[in-house]
Design a protein around this ligand. Sequence first.
Ligand code: ADP
Ligand code: MG
Length: 278
Amino acid sequence: MARAVLLKDVCFSYNANQPDTVEAIKKLSLEIEEGSFVALVGHNGSGKSTLAKLLNGLLLPTSGDVRIFGDSTMDNKKLFDIRKNVGMVFQNPDNQMIASIVEDDIAFGPENLGIEREEIIRRVDWALTKVGMLEHKKGTPFKMSGGQKQRLAIAGVLAIKPKILVLDESTAMLDPQGRSEVLKVAHELNKQEGMTIIHITHFMEEALGADRLIVMNDGEIAFDDTPQNVFRHYEELKNIKLAVPWDTQFAISLAKLGIDTGEITKEEDLIDSLCRLL
Ligand code: ADP
Ligand code: MG
C-alpha cells in the first residue's frame, strides 16, 4: 500500500510573527496508509481543521513538510494535483451547494477541471449512485434533509475523483439519521473504492468503525491507535474533554474485573455479549 499522507515535524501558526500569533499545530508527525479509515477527534480548538487544511494545501506549514502521495504541498507545480487528490467536505451542508439542480451541482467540480461532457455525465451518475442519491438527480438540493445535502456534498467531491476524502465535522449539524447515512457512505467508499477516509468528528462513537483513531490535543497527537485501544484510556480522555461511548467504557470496566465481553463496536454487541454471559 502506498503512503497517502506524510507529515514530518509540521508546525503551523496563524498570524505568524505577530503579537496575536496562535500556534495551532506543534511539530506534528504522522503517516496515513492508502485505503485506511482514520477517525480524528479532539476538543474544540485542538487543531483538527487546521490539520485538514494543511493536507490539501489550503494552508502551508510554517515549518516541516506535508506530503500527499509523495508530493509536497510546498511544491507549486504539485498543488493542483494535491487539491484534486484531497477532497474536503465541511460542516455546513448549505454552504456547499452551488447549483439549484442536483446534477448541475455535482457536475460543477469536473466542469471546472475541463473534463469532457461524456465523462462528466458518467461521473455524476457514479457519484450520485455511490451516495445513494441517483433518484434525486433532477431534484433541488435546497429542499432536502441535512443528511441528503451532506451526501450530495460528498458526491460533488467524488466527481473530482479524489484518492483521499476528508470529512471535517460533516456530521456535526445532522440528526442521528443523517449522521448514520453519511457515515455509511464514508465506510462504503472506503471498502468498495479503497478510498482513504479521514473522518473528523467530535462524536467519539463515530470512531468505532475506523481502522485507527487519532486524538488531538492542543495541536499535538495525544493518542494514535485502534479505537478499542484508545478508548481504554477513558480517564485520560476525560481530562482532555473527550467522553468515551458508555457501552465501550462499560465493557472495559467489566474486562478489568476479569469479565470478557469480546470486541464491542456497537451497542448491540454489548447487549449480545451480556446476554451470553448471563
Ligand atoms: P478544531 O478544528 O480542532 O476546532 P482549529 O484547527 O479550528 O481547531 O483551531 C486550532 C487553533 O487555531 C485554535 O486555537 C483556533 O482558535 C485557532 N485558529 C483557527 N483558525 C484561526 C484563524 N483563522 N486565525 C487565528 N487563529 C485561528
Ligand atoms: Mg474544526
